[in-house]
Design a binder for this molecule. Structure first.
Ligand code: 5AD
Ligand code: SF4
Length: 454
């Protein structure tokens, strides 16, 4: 038996890809290892979205090179593979900068790994596969899924045709591609058969989903969600990441009338300033975003909203940034992610004039994050003493404890819940902590002994 260790960086789509790589290599004798030191094959599944994420890959490869030389001295071998978006975007540079790398695969070509490993074993030199056949990849992956726990990711759509001027995704993941409904449904059923209760549908532009339906027509995400909600074992559905431009009326309606769809939506806006949104090529205005938020909230008043923001995009003025803060105050987010603009080679924004100085970016990031944290704390505070259904996912840090998720994606710790992993139970929120909630089981009302006697 050989051992495989995968280190995953970046988004949930990479988490999904890493699980599929493990599924793919299992029949070839690769069992999972807990650390690189124990593995015969190490794969870094990389992220190219910001410079920092990319730099991490090179520093990790430096460490792996040392491990490989130590192995070689002991007469043993170690294969090093780089997968994901850095491999796709910087393949040649990786090979030039780090000679220890044996295999390169892109996000659309990792299904070729078994063949590439076999080629290496035959001594055919470095193995590189960076083509873009998205449909071929999904067709070659095993139908069944090994579930890591009761909540799982399922990629239904990949790629992006939107070309926001700051973003590398259209270049690394390619054009928008949607998987057919029957294939997604088969995978979801296989997950349910393996004890999965919650499925998060993934795509770079998941709500742009237009996959072939069983009737041969192009189905929308709303139609797909309604179909998957009929699988008895699946109790909860989520989807991410969405684009405001693709928030169709039928999808908004599902939020109002499909109880299995959780009341949580990650809807990146990036900026609250119309002029910045325009140069970003986002294809929506501030007002259009606010109108969409209103419509979803009328359909589902409980909805928890999340978003992504970029500060310090080229040309962003103080008043543009003020407009972002104002949008945040107006919407009220349950949570949000914010990033300093990072110039990515090959994207239009990287060569724009009026790049914002680092210190200004940092200052704006602090101000925005403070506002967002205060909003998310306020959102959590409102949970005090509420009763929430929790899907228990894994053991907690303390003995007997289990951690699950609320419908709003908040982690909830409950004592004495270890035997409930994989189940959904109502829990009373007894304590609101900075990044999680503490809950207690509802005890049935019991009469005091003296009254019970009567
Ligand atoms: N710089 C900073 N943040 C970026 N994102 C995407 N590209 C960049 C970039 N060049 C952020 C966006 C996106 C999230 C996944 O990452 O906010 O929604
Ligand atoms: Fe990148 Fe914009 Fe596409 Fe999102 S919609 S992946 S930010 S180009």
């Amino acid at each position: 038996m050989k051992k495989l260790y995968i280190e995953t960086y970046g988004c949930q789509m990479n988490v999904y890809d890493s699980e599929r790589i493990a599924d793919l290599l299992a029949p070839f004798g690769y069992a999972p290892a807990a650390r690189a030191e124990d593995a015969d094959l190490v794969i870094l599944n990389t992220c190219h979205i910001r410079e920092k994420a990319t730099e991490k890959v090179y520093s990790e490869l430096g460490k792996l090179k040392l491990l490989k030389s130590r192995r070689a001295e002991a007469g043993e071998s170690l294969l090093i593979g780089v997968a994901g978006c850095v491999a796709q975007a910087e393949g040649a540079e990786i090979l030039a900068r780090q000679s220890a790398v044996d295999i390169l695969v892109g996000p659309q070509s990792y299904h070729r790994l078994p063949e590439l490993i076999a080629r290496l074993a035959r001594g055919e030199g470095k193995s590189v596969q960076l083509d873009f056949p998205a449909d071929e990849k999904f067709d070659s992956l095993p139908e069944t899924r090994t579930a890591a726990g009761p909540a799982a990711f399922l990629t239904i759509q990949e790629g992006c045709d939107k070309f926001c001027t700051f973003c590398v995704v259209p270049y690394t993941r390619g054009a928008e591609f949607s998987r057919p409904v029957v294939r997604i449904e088969a995978e979801a059923r296989s997950l349910a058969d393996n004890g999965v209760r919650e499925v998060t549908l993934l795509g770079q532009n998941v709500n742009a989903y237009r996959g072939e339906g069983p009737d041969g027509e192009a189905w929308t995400l709303a139609m797909l969600i309604r179909r998957l909600a009929q699988i008895p074992g699946i109790a909860r559905l989520r989807y991410t990441t969405s684009h405001p431009r693709d928030m169709g009326a039928d999808l908004i309606a599902v939020h109002g009338d499909e109880p299995k769809l959780m009341p949580y939506l990650h809807l990146p806006v990036q900026s609250g300033s119309d002029s910045v949104l325009k140069v970003m090529n986002r294809g929506h205005t501030r007002d259009a975003y606010l109108r969409i938020v209103d419509r979803i909230r009328s359909a589902q008043p409980k909805l928890a909203l999340s978003s992504d923001f970029i500060v310090g995009f080229p040309g962003e003025s103080d008043s543009d940034f003020e407009a972002t803060l104002d949008l945040v105050r107006q919407v009220g987010f349950a949570q949000a992610f914010s990033f300093k603009y990072s110039a990515r080679p090959g994207t239009p924004a990287a060569s724009m004039a009026k790049q914002v100085p680092e210190n200004v970016k940092l200052e704006r990031l602090h101000v925005l994050q403070e506002l967002i944290v205060s909003q998310s704390r306020e959102f959590s505070r409102r949970m005090q003493d509420c009763v929430l259904p929790v899907l228990f996912e894994k053991p907690g840090r303390l003995p007997g404890q289990a951690v699950g998720r609320s419908p709003f994606l908040q982690p909830v710790h409950v004592d004495g819940a270890a035997s409930y992993i994989g189940e959904i139970h109502n829990v009373r929120i007894s304590k609101v902590l900075p990044n999680s909630l503490h809950g207690e089981f509802l005890r049935p009302a019991v009469l005091p002994a003296e009254l019970a006697a009567h």
